[in-house]
Design a protein. Structure first.
Length: 230
């Protein structure tokens, strides 16, 4: 006959068998979490390395583009400026427009016929075209008049340039299809004015049109580079 002491002893034995099993189970679960964490860290490390390579590749493309644009246009007789950091092509609007006007001058067509093919030969050549997300024609004005008036004037000037190089009058039809896929026009009004060599505001230098390019995912990659550098 089983006494109450025997039943109590048997229950203690059963509990003794249960707790080691439960502890083993917790150990196994903990090890699984550790292995998953290690695997995730390895994957993350590989992703970061791949990201760094991609960033360096994109930034290398920008540097090459800027160098080639400088080599082509820095000593050009066209009278244009190449921004050494961004590769933006800058020329005074007097080359294209009369003061306060948005219609192209008759002589501006020859300028565009000479400049645009050379510019696009660099941006859209093999090795670069896949990286170029956008080609931007950007208008800028001086401070004469209101912000909205100059916003419209700068936009119309940029549009006039785009309209011509995409028109039937532009002689290089082979590049128009590429432009249609990437070209946008933009206006900065007088917000991005320029100074002279003395550091003073220059109305003449502020009146300009810029040809700029944007690389694919450039903003994201630049922010990622900043994060990885920390």
């Amino acid at each position: 006959m089983t006494t109450k002491y025997q039943r109590l002893f048997k229950r203690e034995q059963d509990e003794g068998h249960f707790w080691p099993s439960f502890t083993d189970l917790l150990t196994i679960i903990l090890l699984c979490f550790i292995l998953i964490f290690i695997a995730m860290m390895i994957i993350k490390s590989l992703q970061i390395e791949e990201m760094k390579k991609t960033i360096d590749q994109i930034m290398g493309v920008r540097a090459k583009l800027v160098n080639e644009l400088q080599a082509e246009f820095s000593d050009s007789s066209l009278g244009i400026e190449v921004d050494e950091k961004t590769g933006a092509i800058i020329f005074n609007t007097e080359i294209l427009f009369a003061y306060d006007k948005s219609e192209l001058k008759p002589e501006s067509y020859q300028f565009l016929n000479e400049f645009v093919p050379k510019y696009l030969d660099i941006l859209l050549q093999n090795g670069f075209e896949d990286y170029v997300a956008e080609i931007i024609i950007e208008g800028h004005t001086d401070r004469d008049g209101s912000y909205l008036y100059n916003l419209q004037l700068a936009q119309e000037r940029a549009y006039s340039v785009a309209e011509y190089i995409l028109s039937d009058d532009f002689p290089y039809k082979n590049i128009q299809k590429h432009l249609q896929e990437k070209l946008t026009v933009n206006s900065k009004s007088f917000t991005d004015f320029r100074n002279n060599e003395s550091g003073e505001y220059s109305a003449a230098a502020s009146r300009r049109v810029e040809f700029k390019f944007r690389l694919k995912d450039e903003e994201i990659l630049e922010k990622t580079r900043e994060i990885l550098a920390k």
